[in-house]
Design a protein around this ligand. Structure first.
Ligand code: NAD
Length: 448
């Protein structure tokens, strides 16, 4: 990680300088503009962060499916080589801007909305700046990675009157929707407690430790980066807001735990014995997106997952008490033979069990099994069919809602900054709880 760390000195300075200018109100204000169709009937957007999620979900999918509704007027990334490759891949003609040119980009291109798909730790900086400059925001999860950033986003949104939309695609998955409908129907009565376990496997789960996600300073740890999805689902399913958090976490498999350590998979002397060896050279797209541009920022995409400086946890346990007195027991384990989740809601009239299968070494029927069992009564089982590609069809549904709306939203799937904040704050507070070894009230850290 040496090269990447070297480059953060400059970045840190930029972040500080931009923040100071912002605080002093020194930067030219741009007239606010609502997110609505412009004269050509299209939403003008700029994409900030042209990595895998930016180029795919918020790049190629938009170009392919929503060109009649959405027009890219600018791209922004701190790596110009990656951005040039993505511009070409998407067939766009719009101008490109470095991270230092974010303000100029907004001033020149006058977008209606800024789409944010950078590393997690920079979301808040761009969310706030975009709103200050008069734009609405569509941001990838997590909203941000710590309590200070969270407070800034909430305060800036209130002050500017602009809107943040957090793209919680998991809310649109077919099993998540069915669970929400059953809970809303009142069939199992009032929920009193929940058990939720999420499993990440030795392929996808392991990949987090190869990337920037393995460092708290970039991702806020998996309690923020990954668990933000799960905590948002729980808050949404329960229609409740979290109050206090107690957590445990440890790194038991990856990082310093390895028997050998290297810089990266490419040319690794241990590749014949390492079960996690991953050959990026076999994937032309990944070579263009990451390996060729690495000369510019030093970011190594096939970084050794046994690097001794990895500082996130792979084994996590969190207890949450909600304001409506629901108890949640949550666990996240990222070195598992399969992926998916197991959830159980205990209600005053019955229990709802659900098991969602993502990546299994054995055959399963459909995406998920749900069982509803009544106290002293009957039990019924539902099999939820797989919804398709892109997070079980969720990505398509969410983008339709964003770009082809307004569409009725009876389940309240649209998520704003408050949902984003409440979900990351369970993870951030869990992180503080692990560090300080005590239960912590979320209100100690932020006023949402
Ligand atoms: N909702 C989902 O299911 C889902 C899935 C994948 C990723 N994501 C989110 O999407 C975001 C991007 O993830 P990714 O996997 O594409 O990562 P990535 O590393 O592939 O891409 C990140 C991009 O941001 C750029 N960048 C980093 N710091 C920047 C800065 N300060 N200014 C401008 N550009 C900067 C990098 O150069 C890179 O191009 C993350 O926030 C991640 O949490 C969400």
């Amino acid at each position: 990680m040496k090269n990447r760390e070297k480059s953060t000195g400059r970045r840190k300075f930029l972040g500080t300088a931009a923040g100071a200018a912002l605080a002093a109100g020194a930067v030219t204000q741009i007239r606010p503009r609502a997110v609505s169709a412009q004269s050509n009937g299209k939403l003008k957007v700029v994409l900030t962060g042209t990595g895998i999620r930016g180029s795919g979900m918020w790049g190629k999918r938009i170009v392919d499916n929503y060109s009649d509704k959405v027009e890219f007027v600018g791209l922004c990334d701190r790596n110009s080589k990656r951005m040039a490759f993505v511009k070409d891949y998407l067939g766009l003609k719009c101008p490109t801007f470095s991270d230092l040119e974010f303000d100029s980009m907004i001033q020149q291109t006058r977008p209606d909305a800024v789409i944010i798909t950078t590393m997690d730790c920079f979301h808040a900086k761009y969310i706030c700046r975009a709103m200050e400059l008069g734009c609405d925001v569509i941001t990838e999860k997590p909203l941000c990675t710590d309590e200070g950033m969270c407070q800034n986003v909430m305060d800036t949104e209130k002050r500017t009157g602009k809107k943040v939309r957090v793209t919680f695609n998991y809310r649109y998955g077919p099993a998540a929707v069915r669970i929400k409908e059953i809970l809303m129907s009142g069939e199992i009565g009032k929920v009193t407690s929940v058990d939720f376990s999420y499993y990440l496997d030795t392929d996808h789960g392991a990949s987090y430790y190869r990337r920037w996600h393995g460092y708290k300073q970039y991702s806020g740890s998996l309690l923020v980066h990954k668990a933000t999805h799960h905590f948002d689902l729980l808050n949404w399913w329960l229609d409740a807001e979290p109050a206090t958090v107690n957590a445990q976490g440890d790194l038991r498999h990856y990082g310093f735990n390895g028997d050998f350590h290297s810089l990266r998979c490419m040319n690794c002397p241990h590749k014949n014995k390492c079960k996690y060896y991953w050959d990026i050279t076999g994937n032309e797209f990944m070579m263009n997106l990451y390996v060729k541009p690495e000369t510019e920022d030093g970011y190594i995409r096939d970084h050794c997952l046994y690097s001794k400086d990895i500082n996130i946890w792979d084994t996590m346990s969190v207890q949450v008490k909600y304001h409506n007195d629901v108890f949640l027991n949550y666990s996240l384990n990222s070195c598992m033979p399969y992926e998916g989740f197991l959830v159980g809601f205990n209600g005053t009239r019955g229990r709802l069990d659900a098991r969602e299968y993502h990546r299994q070494p054995w055959d399963v029927d459909g995406l998920a099994d749900i069982r509803v069992s009544m106290l002293h009564g009957e039990s019924r089982k539902l099999t939820i069919p797989h919804g398709g590609s892109g997070h079980w069809g969720a990505d398509d549904k969410m983008q339709d809602m964003i770009f082809r709306g307004p569409i009725d939203d009876p389940l309240g799937q649209t998520a704003g900054s408050r949902a984003g904040a409440l979900s990351i704050m369970i993870g951030v507070t869990a992180r503080r709880s692990i560090e300080q070894q005590r239960p912590i009230a979320i209100e100690e850290l932020v006023k949402i």
